[in-house]
Write a protein that binds this ligand. Structure first.
Ligand code: SAM
Length: 193
């Protein structure tokens, strides 16, 4: 179903490819992780041709849409596949609510992603209202990431005729493990009160 829509023509997708990608290109040319692969995401590897571009997808059937550097696996366990602090930039778009659904799954995902990202690394989180909790309400996100505007883009971008939302973050702290210990489970949510 999802693949049958003309995804590249949707406003939120145009924002990803036409605004977010070009804005981040000059900033991050290191190691990039894109989670979740479909036919229309295959061309993204060429956009980041000067980077070490990885894809991670849980379903083996979609591995054909993956990059040259690809892993079949669960983003909730991303830290089992990649070394601590490995990535400069992570795209987690359209995965919450499409497999990573419950709050607990979000928590596992944010914790695992923080571990595989360097301090100050960028997380682009795209999700759909109505399919999952607002990720900014998750303490694990606030513990590992700072919600902020980036390269002229707002910290949160939503669209009048779409449920899609983009949130932008920087990974906080030094060692992800030490940061988790420091913040503990009582870390404040990223959402302003
Ligand atoms: C709606 S598609 C989004 C694809 C792409 N990320 C995008 O920007 O449109 C969701 C994809 O995420 C994959 N996925 C779902 N849960 C996952 C998980 N736990 N780990 C890795 N990939 C997952 C699905 O198999 C599917 O291919």
């Amino acid at each position: 179903m999802f693949d049958r829509r003309i995804v590249p023509q949707e406003p939120d997708r145009k924002y990803l490819t036409g605004v977010i990608f070009p804005s981040l290109l000059p900033l991050e040319s290191g190691r990039i992780l894109f989670v979740g692969c479909r036919s229309y995401t295959k061309p993204y590897e060429a956009v980041f041709q000067d980077s070490e571009y990885w894809t991670l997808e849980i379903d083996q059937i979609h591995a054909k849409w993956g990059a040259r550097h690809h892993k079949t696996g669960d983003v909730r366990n991303a830290d089992e596949f990649f070394a601590p602090g490995y990535f400069d930039l992570v795209f987690l778009n359209g995965v919450l609510g499409f497999g990573v659904d419950a709050d607990h799954d979000q928590d596992l995902t944010f914790t695992a992603l923080r571990r595989v990202m360097r301090p100050d690394g960028v997380l682009v989180l795209g999700w759909n209202k109505g399919r999952c909790s607002d990720p900014l309400t998750r303490p694990t996100l606030g513990a590992g990431f700072r919600h902020q505007e980036l390269c002229g883009m707002p910290a949160r971008k939503d669209f009048p005729d779409s449920t899609h939302v983009y949130d932008l973050f920087r990974a906080v702290g030094g060692s992800p493990v030490m940061e988790e210990r420091r913040q503990g489970v009582s870390a404040a949510p990223a959402l302003p009160r």
